[in-house]
Design a protein around this ligand. Sequence first.
Ligand SMILES: [Zn+2]
Length: 58
Amino acid sequence: MPEKKVKCMVCGKAIETSGSICQRCQESIRGEAVGKRKKVGAAADKAMKKHGQKPPNK
Ligand SMILES: [Zn+2]
C-alpha cells in the first residue's frame, strides 16, 4: 500500500502531523476564529449599548 500523503487543505503543502491542515494554517485559522469571536462580541456589545442608549418612547 502506498504511503498516503496528506496535503494541507488551505495552502496545499504536505503535512507531517495528523490533520487536514498544516500547523501554520491551523494557527492562522485559530487566530481568525478568536478575532471573529472578539468581533462578534464587540458588535453585540455595541448593539446593546445602542439599544440601551435609546429611550423606549420618544
Ligand atoms: Zn497550510
